[in-house]
Design a protein around this ligand. Structure first.
Ligand SMILES: NC(=O)c1ccc[n+]([C@@H]2O[C@H](COP(=O)([O-])OP(=O)(O)OC[C@H]3O[C@@H](n4cnc5c(N)ncnc54)[C@H](OP(=O)(O)O)[C@@H]3O)[C@@H](O)[C@H]2O)c1
Length: 361
C-alpha cells in the first residue's frame, strides 16, 4: 500500500457501499461519502457505530449530492466542505440496481448518466478511479469461460446489465473495473440490505411453502415445475464482506490500477445443489431442470401461477451460465480467500431474509 487514500465514495448508504465504508475506515483511509437521503445516512451511521466506526473524527465526512449533479455542484461542494478538494481516489459504487427500465429512465439514467458526469468531473479533478461494475456485463452465455477483459456488446439478460456495460465503455484503460457477481449477505452474520437476485428464488419458494400449507389441492412433493436451466449450471453468489475486502485490497496497490477484476466465487453452488437444499428445507419435490431456453411449464393452478409470477424476473438468470476466470484477482489478492458457500451459510442467509421479511430484524 502506498499510504492512506483520500476516497470520494459514492453509494456508501447502499448494501455493498456500507461494507466498502467499513473496510476503508478499518484500513485507515479517509472517506468523503456522498449521500442523498438523510434517513439512509443515519441508518448507515448506526450500522458503522455498531462496529465502533469511524475510529477518529477525521476518518469519515459526509456530503449531500445527487451523483448526476456532482460535476456541476463540485465548486460549491468544495466551498461548503473543507478538505473535500484533497480527495485523490474515486470509488464509485452508486447505481440503480433496477433490472428493467422505469418511467425516469433508470437504470440507464443513473448508471450511464452517472458515469458521464464522473468522466466530466475527472477531466477537471485528477483522481485515481475505481468503478464497481458487475461480472454479468458479459451478457447471456452458456458454460463459456469469461475473462477479465472488455467484452463485445452481448445479449443482455436485462437493461441493468446493459447499462453497466455501457458505463464500462467510458472507463476502459482509465479506471479499475471491479466486477462482483451476485452479492449476498455477510459470510458470518448473513446481514443483507438488498434482497434482489438470488433472494428472489427463496422469496418465491417461501411464498409457495406458505400457500401450500393452506391448500388441499396441491401435492408439495410433486410440484411439476420445470426450470428453464441446466442442473450443472451455477448461480455465482459471493458474500458482501468478501467483495468489500477484495475491492479495497485491490485498489490499495497501484500495480492493479486500471485493470479488470472478477470478484466472483471460485466454487459457486450448482442449480442442482441449490434445488436439493430448497427441497429439503421447504419439504418440496418435483422441481426439474429442463435445459436453458426450454418453454416454461404452464402453471396448473392459482398457487403455481402466483409463484411463477414472483420468479419470472429471475428466470433468465438461471439460463445464464458464465464461468468466471479470476486470473487478475487471484494474482492481486491471493491472501484473501472467498468464504465457501456451505449449507450452514445458505441456511443463515435464508433465515436472515425470512426474519427481515417478517419485520423481526
Ligand atoms: N447487489 C448485487 O448483487 C450486485 C452485484 C454486482 C454488482 N453490483 C454493483 O454494486 C454496486 C452497489 O450495489 P448495491 O447492491 O449496494 O446497491 P444498493 O444497495 O441499491 O445501493 C445503491 C447505492 O447507490 C446510491 N444511488 C443510487 N442512485 C443514486 C444517485 N442518482 N445519486 C446518488 N446516489 C445514488 C444509493 O443511494 P440511496 O441510499 O440514497 O438510495 C445507494 O447508496 C452497484 O454499482 C451495483 O451495480 C451489485
Amino acid at each position: 500500500m502506498s499510504g492512506p487514500m483520500k476516497v470520494l465514495l459514492t453509494g456508501g448508504t447502499g448494501f455493498l457501499g456500507e461494507y466498502l465504508l467499513v473496510e476503508l475506515l478499518e484500513r485507515g483511509h479517509t472517506v468523503w461519502a456522498l449521500y442523498r437521503s438523510e434517513s439512509r445516512r443515519l441508518d448507515t451511521i448506526r450500522f458503522l457505530g455498531s462496529l465502533g466506526l469511524p475510529r477518529n473524527a477525521d476518518g469519515l465526512h459526509w456530503f449531500k449530492c445527487e451523483v448526476l449533479e456532482l460535476d456541476e455542484q463540485w465548486d460549491k461542494l468544495c466551498q461548503q466542505n473543507h478538505g473535500i478538494d484533497q480527495v485523490n481516489t474515486l470509488l464509485h459504487s452508486a447505481a440503480s440496481t433496477r433490472l428493467y427500465m422505469d418511467k425516469l429512465g433508470d437504470p440507464l439514467r443513473t448508471n450511464l448518466g452517472g458515469a458521464k458526469v464522473l468522466v466530466r468531473l475527472l477531466a477537471r479533478i485528477p483522481m485515481q478511479v475505481h468503478i464497481i461494475s458487475t461480472a454479468y456485463v458479459c451478457g447471456l452465455v452458456q458454460d463459456a469461460i469469461i475473462r477479465e477483459i472488455n467484452h463485445p456488446r452481448g445479449d443482455f439478460v436485462n437493461v441493468y446489465e446493459e447499462s453497466k456495460w455501457d458505463a464500462e465503455q467510458l472507463w476502459h484503460g482509465k479506471a479499475t473495473l471491479l466486477r462482483p457477481s451476485i452479492i449476498v449477505g455477510h459470510s458470518e452474520t448473513a446481514r443483507c440490505k438488498s434482497f434482489t437476485g438470488w433472494y428472489i428464488l427463496f422469496q418465491a419458494l417461501h411464498l409457495l411453502d406458505r400457500l401450500l400449507h393452506e391448500s388441499k389441492d396441491s401435492n408439495r412433493l410433486d410440484l411439476n415445475i420445470n426450470l428453464p436451466a441446466y442442473s450443472h449450471a451455477a448461480t455465482n453468489i459471493v458474500p458482501v464482506d468478501y467483495v468489500a475486502k477484495a475491492a479495497v485490497a485491490i485498489i490499495e496497490s497501484s500495480d492493479n490500477h486500471n485493470n479488470i477484476f472478477h470478484l466472483t466465487h471460485t466454487d459457486p453452488p450448482s442449480h442442482q445443489w441449490t434445488m436439493n437444499y430448497i427441497c429439503k428445507r421447504f419439504n418440496m419435490g418435483g422441481i426439474h431442470f429442463s435445459g436453458a431456453g426450454t418453454p416454461i411449464t404452464e402453471p396448473r393452478n392459482l398457487i403455481e401461477r402466483m409463484v411463477w409470477r414472483q420468479m419470472k424476473t429471475i428466470l433468465s438468470h438461471f439460463s445464464n451460465n458464465p464461468v468466471f476466470d479470476r486470473s487478475n484477482t487471484d494474482r492481486a489478492i491471493p491472501h484473501i480467500p472467498v468464504p465457501p458457500i456451505t449449507e450452514d451459510r445458505v441456511t443463515k442467509l435464508v433465515d436472515y431474509a425470512i426474519e427481515k421479511e417478517k419485520g423481526a430484524l
